[in-house]
Ligand binder design. Structure first.
Ligand code: SAH
Ligand code: SF4
Ligand code: F3S
Length: 479
């Protein structure tokens, strides 16, 4: 984009941000490098939290690269960003811990810029604490305004004070800013932002705002660009993809979107995350069955197996409805791998409630499950509920659940032993460089002999042996 930085900044987006990027690249970044006695400036982004945050980080990185920063993996860089998560208390604690360490780096490199963004910054108490006790932080912004990153960078370099800008919510989606992907062959694609569900334990709707869907033509255009750039697998991202499109000017369902994306030539695999069981329609099950590019994997968060607790959680389905949904999915999409999220120790959870959760786990037999101890999030309805469960009880239930989940997972994962499966090669094996590591359609990891030339390609692999949650395989001739 051609920009004249001698003119004032335009008002319209994304042109405004391209103006600031040009200003940074042509003037501010080289000047700052010179002042700090460096040939070039380095930047490091650390991501906490979910795929949404990971995708946001790729956008921040795209802007940093565009303006001339060299991206590095270590935090002794000239610009450090923490993209934070606040879904559970320990996510917050990790950020404060790491931040203390960062303060020490900055003492050695006073020209360093430290920036915090992401979900944690949407909590007023967090920002108060940072203002009071972490003076070395230069820039704080939230989840709704990350598209303004270039503008904030300019302010950081031209104003001599902490720059803070947090928005409560937004109805805006700014398209077409630079993105730097972590993997050349796969990418996340946002299809919607925010969440309207207000599960009673969850802070996400408060920090990510109301549901907004991207237009299908923007999504399809982005995926086509990605495919032209070498991407073969995409993951459609949203807190609840099953309610995609409801607020569009021309409403569209997620199932319809999947069918559109499935038509994109050159694209090989489609994943999506996350599906709320209450909104998973028969139409979507049909689309999963019909669309050959859609992977044989469905992440279907259960949270609890007790209908009583589900009601308190505001999940709006019962144990029976969930199990019925699983049956209907398996009837139409045989061999689909199911994974889930489960919380133990929600306020008021009794041993009987917990056993209902164990019952669902035994009935569904998940390929894998993320298990969490309930974490009290200030401002959510559950935080104010009576009968918070003592830590030792939560821990005991958590251990029992984890043992059950892992045992089932080992058995279920092994069901493909001695079959040939298509594997998307992702990397050289970390322990043994004569091996490559890839993923099956159902997301299971497979290691087999190969070299870097295979990365990003689909290979047929014979699965020799299942070792817990991954396979060792042998490549077979691609016919
Ligand atoms: N939108 C997704 C999940 C986002 S958060 C969905 O609805 O499935 C990811 C997971 O974190 C949730 O599925 C839930 O299991 C867990 N989680 C959210 N809030 C939590 C809390 N307060 N304590 C413990 N786990 C929580
Ligand atoms: Fe949180 Fe529920 Fe929204 Fe998922 S659907 S982000 S668990 S409120
Ligand atoms: Fe965490 Fe925000 Fe994702 S709170 S889980 S990074 S939406």
């Amino acid at each position: 984009m051609d920009v004249d930085i001698t003119l004032p900044a335009p008002e319209a987006e994304p042109q405004r941000q391209y103006y600031f990027m040009a200003l940074l690249k042509q003037q501010l970044v080289p000047e700052r490098a010179k002042k700090n006695g460096k040939e070039f400036l380095t930047a490091c982004i650390t991501t906490f939290g979910c795929q949404m945050n990971a995708r946001d980080s790729e956008k921040l990185e795209g802007i940093l690269e565009t303006v001339g920063y060299h991206i590095v993996e270590t935090e002794d860089a000239d610009f450090v960003v923490y993209n934070t998560c606040t879904v559970r208390e320990n996510a917050n604690l990790r950020v404060y811990g790491r931040l203390g360490q960062l303060g020490k780096y900055k003492k050695k490199n006073p020209g360093m810029i430290i920036s915090l963004c992401g979900c944690m910054m949407q909590e007023p108490l967090v920002v108060e604490k940072l203002k009071k006790s972490y003076h070395f932080v230069n820039l704080i912004f939230g989840t709704h305004n990350i598209y303004r990153f270039a503008e904030y960078l300019v302010r950081c370099m031209t104003e001599d004070r902490m720059v803070i800008d947090i928005w409560k919510d937004t109805d805006k989606i700014v398209e077409n800013l630079p993105v730097d992907r972590k993997y050349p062959f796969k990418s996340g694609v946002n299809i919607m932002f925010g969440c309207n569900n207000f599960c009673s334990y969850c802070i996400v709707p408060y920090v990510r705002g109301r549901e907004r869907s991207r237009k299908p033509e923007e999504i399809v255009a982005e995926i086509k660009r990605l495919v032209a750039d070498g991407v073969v697998e995409i993951m459609l991202l949203g807190q609840n993809v099953n309610s995609y499109g409801k607020n569009l000017e021309e409403p569209m369902t997620f199932a319809q979107l999947l069918r559109e994306v499935n038509k994109i030539e050159g694209l090989k695999r489609i994943r999506f995350m996350t599906s709320h069981p209450k909104d998973l329609s028969e139409e979507l099950i049909d689309a999963m069955r019909d669309c050959e590019k859609v992977c044989l994997h469905l992440h279907l968060p259960l949270q609890s197996g007790s209908s009583r607790i589900l009601k308190l959680m505001n999940r709006r389905y019962t144990k029976e409805q969930y199990l019925d949904l699983v049956d209907r999915i398996r009837a139409k999409v045989p061999d689909v791998s199911l994974t889930t999220d489960i919380i133990v120790g929600f306020p008021g959870e009794t041993e009987e409630d917990f056993l209902e959760t164990m019952d669902v786990v035994r009935k569904v037999r998940y390929d894998s499950a993320f298990t969490f101890q309930y974490s009290r999030r200030t401002g959510t309805p559950a935080a104010a509920m009576e009968d918070q469960i003592p830590v030792d009880v939560v821990k005991d239930r958590f251990d029992r659940l984890l043992a059950e989940v892992q045992e089932i997972s080992r058995e279920v994962t092994a069901r493909h032993t001695h079959t040939v499966q298509e594997v998307l090669v992702e990397s050289i094996n970390e322990q043994d460089p004569s091996l490559v590591t890839g993923r099956m359609s159902n997301n299971t990891l497979v290691h087999f002999k190969g070299d870097a030339s295979l990365i990003g390609t689909l290979q047929n692999v014979y699965l020799d042996e299942c070792r817990g949650f991954y396979y060792m395989g042998t490549p077979v001739e691609n016919s």
